[in-house]
Design a protein around this ligand. Structure first.
Ligand code: NAP
Length: 244
């Protein structure tokens, strides 16, 4: 398979590269930090000889699209690049922070697909994997911008799924809970059901390989969030106040 992984220089993206590295696969690894990508390429060389690096800031939509135009056809794209503002954000985020987060978490995904979907459409196959978050289902006040970006991503993914299903293109939306990475290393609170990076990615890969459309995990955390969102608003408010 030819696979593009965005945000491949660390965390989940780098682990996806490790778990998809094999002699049958050709990997395109995309991120800004070239040295991290090179390190990963060297690490994986014995398992996978065909690794290409795409060094680009996904907020530079024009350059990003120019680089993607050079790729012929892909079997799968894992839209994983993403940022958070950190949970300790007590003040209202600035417009600049808000926009920056949306550029990475939402608009860049569209910039990628604007180039790649017509190619998948022409070949009548392909998989698009959206890495969303359980936080898209229940918004803690400190994560409001991040959560809203992931909820927007869920809606966008749903639309892409319906539009392209008849072209043999499969869309998978993944909603992970907490997984160890540079992003969660910044959190200074106890993260419930925190998973090791390799275990988190192993579960996501299994869901992708099994053809799941939506995968929210860990299950117990997902169920707690579902129950919270069904509670009466006043009770939910008290729980949020307590958790915050
Ligand atoms: N870890 C969790 O608990 C968790 C839970 C739910 C969802 N997620 C989602 O999983 C995805 C991966 O996050 P992670 O936890 O693995 O965090 P991470 O270790 O911080 O990885 C983020 C990746 O995104 C890339 N990236 C960020 N800004 C970019 C930009 N402007 N241009 C190009 N690449 C950029 C980073 O590469 P460079 O800095 O080298 O550019 C890095 O490779 C994110 O979408 C996140 O929202 C994570």
């Amino acid at each position: 398979m030819k696979i593009l992984i965005t945000g491949a220089s660390s965390g989940l993206g780098a682990e996806f590269a490790r778990q998809y590295a094999s002699s049958e696969n050709e990997l395109y690894l995309l991120a800004r930090r070239e040295e991290k990508l090179l390190q990963l390429k060297n690490e994986l060389f014995d398992k996978c000889k065909k690794i290409r690096l795409i060094v680009v800031d996904v907020r530079d939509f024009e350059l990003l699209q120019n680089k993607l135009h050079e790729i012929e056809a892909l079997d799968m794209v894992i839209l994983n690049a993403g940022i958070s503002l950190g949970h300790s954000h007590t003040e209202m985020p600035t417009i600049a922070e808000f926009k920056n987060l949306y550029d990475v978490n939402v608009l860049s995904q569209h910039a990628v697909l604007e180039v790649l979907l017509p190619k998948m459409q022409a070949q009548k196959s392909g998989k698009v994997i959206f890495i969303s978050s359980l936080s898209s289902l229940f918004t803690m006040p400190s994560a409001k911008v991040y959560a809203s970006s992931k909820r927007a991503l869920n809606a966008y993914a749903e639309g892409i799924r319906y539009k392209y299903a008849s072209y043999g293109i499969k869309v998978v939306t993944i909603l992970p809970g907490f997984i160890k990475s540079e992003l969660t290393d910044k959190n200074d609170f106890n993260m419930p059901f925190l998973l090791e990076t390799d275990e988190g990615v192993r579960r996501m890969k299994q869901a992708i390989d099994r053809g799941r459309e939506l995968y929210a995990f860990p299950l117990r955390f997902y169920l707690i969030i579902r129950i919270l969102s069904w509670l009466p608003s006043a009770l939910r408010q008290r729980i949020v106040n307590y958790l915050a």
